[in-house]
Design a protein around this ligand. Structure first.
Ligand code: TEU
Ligand code: CA
Length: 560
C-alpha cells in the first residue's frame, strides 16, 4: 500500500474553534484551548484534525468570512499559536488540515475594499460585478442582475454606488464571491495555499468549492417560496469547475513531496459528479462532502421538516457506496458545524441516548470511506434547547427567523420549532469537558450557553469509562486501524427493504465482516444466514441471541 493512500485508513476530527475550548476566559474557544486538549483527540485514535477557520475575520459567519488568509484572528490567538498547534499535532503522529474558504472572502478583505472603489482599481475584476438589469435604475428593487436569492436571505446581489454595479454574494452580503474566471485570482489562491503547506499544514477542507465556477450568463432561476430564484443549477457545477480544480491540483498538490489531504465540500453534488472529482486516475480531490443524506429530512427548504426513514437513509448511503465502489472515495459523516447533532436528529437522545449514539456511529464507521467525527460527537452531545430566540447566534438561523416571520408571515412559535430542530447552532454549543461550571469550556461567560446536560454528559465522565460513548468511538476507530477489511473491503447491503435494521457485509482478501444495527426504538428479529458461525467482534450492548435485536442494538461480526 503506497504511503500516498494513508487518507483511506484515516479518521478525521473536526474542531470548530469558537466552541471547542477557551483558554483565556473571554468565553470564546481559541487555539491554546485546542493545544491543551490534544490528548483527548489523540486518545480517540484520530489521524487528522480539520480546523475550521481561525483566519482574520469580522466573524459575520463565524470565520467563514475571511479578511486576511495569512494571519490568525486575535480572538483565536496568533500565528505562533497556530504553529505550536501544528507542531503539537505532528508530535502526536497526527496531521492537520485547514478550512479553505475561497469561493468568497469577507467584504473587509483588502482585495474587496479595493475592488469596490472603482471599475479601474487594481482588484476591479477580482469579484463578480454586474450592471443593473437593462432598463432599470441601479439600487432600486428589481434592478438586480438576476433573481438569485442568497443562502442567508435576500437577494444574492448587493448594490455598490461607487461602481454603479452590483456584486454577487451567495451567502451574506459581507461574503462577496471571488471571480474564479480571473487567472490572477486563482494564482493568488494557489500561492496562499502553498504558503500554508510550506508552514507544515497537511491539506485542506474546501468550503463550497463546487460553487466557484459560475454560468457566465447568470440566468434567472426558478422562483422559490421565498420569492427569489434558485441559482444553484447555474453555480453548483459550473463550466470550469474541473478545469480549476485540475489546475489547483497540478499547481499546488502535485508539486509537494507528500500527499496533500483534500476534501471538497460540495452541496448538491451527485454521485456521478463525485466519482469524477475523486477518481484517483483522473480526478482532482481525495474525497468530497455530499449532502444527500443530510437533505433527506426536509422538503428542499431545510426548515420545513419532512420525516425521513431508515429506508431513506439506507437507500441514500447504498447509492453512494455503489457509485464510488470501483473508483473514487467517500467521506462519511453525520455531524459538522452546519448540521444538528446526530443522536438528536437520527437517534433517540432520551430513552436510548447511549444505544442510539453508538449504533449510528457503528453504521457510519463501518462503511467504505473516510469517517469524520465532529467535536462532541464522540461524547454523544445532543441538540440545544433554545428556549427563546435570543439563545440563537447563527446568521443563517437569525436571518431565517426574520424572513419567515416578517416576509413569509409564519407564526413565530412554528418558526422557532423548525429552528430548534435543524439550526446550525445545535452543533455550536460549547464542548462539555467536565460537569462543572460552563462544562469546563471557559472560566468566563461562554459566547453561547452550555447545555444543562453537561453535568453528566462530559469528557471527564467518559474518557476511561469502558462503557462510554467516547470509549465506543475509540473501539470503532481501533477496528478501522486493525482491519484492512474496514478500509479496503467491498460493501454489500443486506436486508435492503427492512424498515429498521441496517445490515451490510464488508469483504476483502482479508476476510468478511457483517454489520447489523437496529436503528429503531422497537425490538427486531431478522433471518440472516450469515449469522451462522459468526464471531462477535464489537457490540454496543448485545444482550440477546444473534437474530434478535434490542432497540438500537448494533453489532459487528467476523464471518468465517
Ligand atoms: O456551508 C455551505 C453550505 O452548504 C451551508 O450553507 C449549508 O448548506 C447550510 O449551512 C445548511 O443549512 C459552508 C460552511 O460549512 C458554512 O459554515 C458557511 O456558512 C458557508 O459555507 C459559507 O462559507
Ligand atoms: Ca478565548
Amino acid at each position: 500500500r503506497p504511503d500516498s493512500d494513508w487518507w483511506k485508513s484515516a479518521v478525521v476530527y473536526q474542531v470548530y474553534p469558537r466552541s471547542f475550548a477557551d483558554s483565556n476566559g473571554d468565553g470564546i474557544g481559541d487555539l491554546r484551548g485546542i493545544i491543551e486538549h490534544l490528548d483527548h483527540i489523540q486518545l480517540l485514535g484520530i489521524d487528522v484534525v480539520w480546523l475550521s477557520p481561525v483566519y482574520r475575520s469580522p466573524q459575520d459567519d463565524n470565520g467563514y468570512d475571511i479578511s486576511d488568509y495569512q494571519d490568525v484572528d486575535p480572538v483565536f490567538g496568533t500565528l505562533a499559536d497556530l504553529d505550536e498547534l501544528v507542531t503539537g499535532i505532528h508530535l502526536r503522529g497526527m496531521r492537520i488540515i485547514l478550512d479553505l474558504v475561497v469561493n468568497h472572502t469577507s467584504d473587509e478583505h483588502a482585495w474587496f475594499q479595493d475592488s469596490r472603489t472603482s471599475r479601474t482599481s487594481a482588484h476591479a475584476d477580482w469579484y463578480v460585478w454586474r450592471d443593473p438589469r437593462p432598463g432599470t435604475t441601479g439600487g432600486t428593487p428589481g434592478a438586480e442582475p438576476n433573481n438569485w436569492g442568497a443562502f442567508f436571505g435576500g437577494s444574492a446581489w448587493e448594490w455598490e454606488p461607487a461602481r454603479g454595479q452590483y456584486y454577487l454574494h451567495l451567502f451574506s452580503k459581507k461574503q462577496p464571491d471571488l471571480n474564479w474566471d480571473n487567472d490572477v485570482v486563482r494564482a493568488a489562491v494557489y500561492g496562499m495555499m502553498t504558503s500554508w503547506l510550506d508552514r507544515g499544514v497537511d491539506g485542506f477542507r474546501m468550503d463550497v468549492i463546487n460553487f466557484i465556477s459560475k454560468d457566465p450568463g447568470f440566468p434567472d432561476g426558478a422562483v422559490l417560496a421565498n420569492g427569489y430564484g434558485d441559482g444553484t443549477p447555474f453555480f453548483s457545477y459550473g463550466p470550469h469547475i474541473h478545469d480549476y480544480l485540475a489546475e489547483m491540483k497540478s499547481t499546488v498538490f502535485d508539486t509537494r513531496p507528500t500527499t496533500v489531504f483534500t476534501v471538497g465540500e460540495m452541496p448538491t453534488v451527485t454521485p456521478e459528479q463525485a466519482a469524477r472529482f475523486t477518481d484517483a486516475r483522473t480526478g482532482q480531490l481525495n474525497m468530497v462532502f455530499q449532502f444527500e443524506h443530510v437533505d433527506l429530512d426536509h422538503d428542499g427548504v431545510k426548515w420545513n421538516h419532512r420525516p425521513a426513514t431508515v429506508l431513506d437513509l439506507k437507500r441514500s448511503f447504498g447509492r453512494w457506496q455503489e457509485a464510488l465502489a470501483e473508483h473514487g472515495w467517500n467521506s462519511l459523516y453525520w455531524s459538522n458545524h452546519d448540521q444538528p447533532r446526530v443522536v438528536s436528529r437520527w437517534g433517540n437522545d432520551r430513552e436510548y441516548w447511549y444505544e442510539s449514539a453508538t449504533a449510528l456511529a457503528t453504521v457510519l464507521h463501518l462503511h467504505r470511506g473516510t469517517p469524520y467525527v465532529y467535536q462532541g460527537e464522540e461524547l454523544g452531545m445532543t441538540n440545544g434547547t433554545f428556549a427563546t430566540l435570543d439563545e440563537f447566534r447563527d446568521i443563517e438561523s437569525l436571518n431565517y427567523y426574520d424572513v419567515a416571520t416578517n416576509t413569509l408571515g409564519l407564526a413565530p412559535d412554528d418558526v422557532l420549532t423548525g429552528m430548534r430542530r435543524i439550526s446550525r447552532d445545535n452543533a455550536r454549543l460549547p464542548v462539555h469537558w467536565d460537569g462543572g461550571a460552563h462544562a469546563g469550556f471557559t472560566t468566563g461567560e461562554p459566547w453561547m450557553p452550555v447545555h444543562s446536560n453537561h453535568t453528566w454528559l462530559n469528557a471527564a465522565a467518559q474518557v476511561g469509562d469502558p462503557n462510554s460513548v467516547y470509549t465506543f468511538y475509540r473501539r470503532l476507530i481501533g477496528l478501522r486501524h486493525s482491519s484492512r477489511i474496514v478500509v479496503d473491503g467491498t460493501f454489500t447491503m443486506l436486508l435492503a427493504d427492512h424498515p429498521t435494521v441496517y445490515a451490510f457485509i464488508r469483504e476483502s482478501i482479508d476476510g468478511r465482516l457483517l454489520v447489523v444495527a437496529n436503528l429503531s426504538d422497537e425490538p427486531a428479529s431478522v433471518e440472516l444466514d450469515e449469522l451462522d458461525g459468526a464471531e462477535l467482534l464489537l457490540a454496543n450492548h448485545a444482550r440477546t441471541p444473534a437474530g434478535r435485536f434490542d432497540p438500537w442494538d448494533a453489532r459487528v461480526y467476523r464471518l468465517p
